[in-house]
Ligand binder design. Structure first.
Ligand SMILES: [Zn+2]
Length: 257
């Protein structure tokens, strides 16, 4: 039998977990999110302002126009009410990132690498998908949740039978390192790929452009140091296969010229 205090700790965690459970768009995956939309949007906005002050923001009308044009088309189909804003960072890094609340930054280096707007749409739609599915907030919440569980385990350690506490801590170790945190980012990546394909198709970009784009990224990744975007978005044949498999249904359901 678990001692009462430990049972109580479990119950608290379960209640907290239930309170933070939502469903991801388009995939209906259960997500655990403990921070509100307005909280994360405010943090995203603050960070974006800082980035705009500290990084060289491009004023090149062709580049900025390209990113804003593609970004507007996709964000209009995103089904969100975020105030989307798209900027180009004038550096030859191959990178792009999104902040909660709708600020998207694309580096000039990435723009120089894509062959056309449909390939750029692959990246922008993927980033918009991370924001729409609130992946940053989810990651934060998982971290907060496992920290809390760690604190509860610690409380149990101090107060209760060391044997029980050890079992609990082992379970916590497995939960925080293997069971919860690590696989999530891969899950989120696949989810952002899928939602991204839907958004680009809705915006009138052929989803097949994603295959060309990721194929190109895999080629670039061969042998040398991968571009920074790729270290957090690793291209792989599994990823490419998943995208390839998803395209026929998404195209027939969502693609409008
Ligand atoms: Zn991603």
């Amino acid at each position: 039998m678990f001692p009462c205090r430990l049972k109580c700790a479990f119950l608290c965690f379960l209640l907290l977990f239930a309170a933070g459970c939502v469903q991801a768009p388009h995939t209906d995956r259960s997500q655990f999110i403990m921070v509100s939309r307005s909280q994360t949007a405010a943090m995203g906005q603050k960070t974006a302002e800082k980035i705009k002050q500290e990084k060289p923001i491009s004023k090149d009308p062709a580049l900025v126009g390209q990113v804003r044009g593609v970004g507007k088309r996709i964000s209009e189909k995103s089904g969100t009410d975020y105030s989307w804003e798209f900027n180009v960072i004038d550096k030859d890094t191959v990178n792009a990132f999104a902040l909660p609340g709708g600020n998207i930054f694309v580096y000039r280096g990435l723009l120089e690498m894509v062959d056309n707007n449909a390939q750029l749409a692959t990246v922008i739609a993927h980033e918009i998908a991370h924001v729409k599915a609130r992946h940053g907030a989810e990651r934060m919440s998982m971290q907060m949740g496992t920290n809390l569980l760690g604190q509860l385990a610690q409380a149990a350690l101090d107060m209760e039978n060391p044997k029980v506490a050890r079992t609990f801590q082992q379970a916590y170790g497995i939960t925080s390192k293997v069971g919860v945190i690590l696989p999530y980012s891969r899950t989120q990546e696949y989810e952002a790929d899928k939602i991204g394909l839907i958004l680009m198709a809705k915006a009138g970009y052929k989803p097949e452009a994603a295959i060309a784009f990721w194929g190109k990224m895999m080629e670039k990744n061969k042998g040398k140091q991968p571009p920074s975007w790729l270290s957090t978005h690793p291209p792989s044949s599994r990823r490419l296969n998943k995208i390839r498999e998803a395209i026929p249904e998404i195209k027939s359901k969502y693609y409008r010229k």
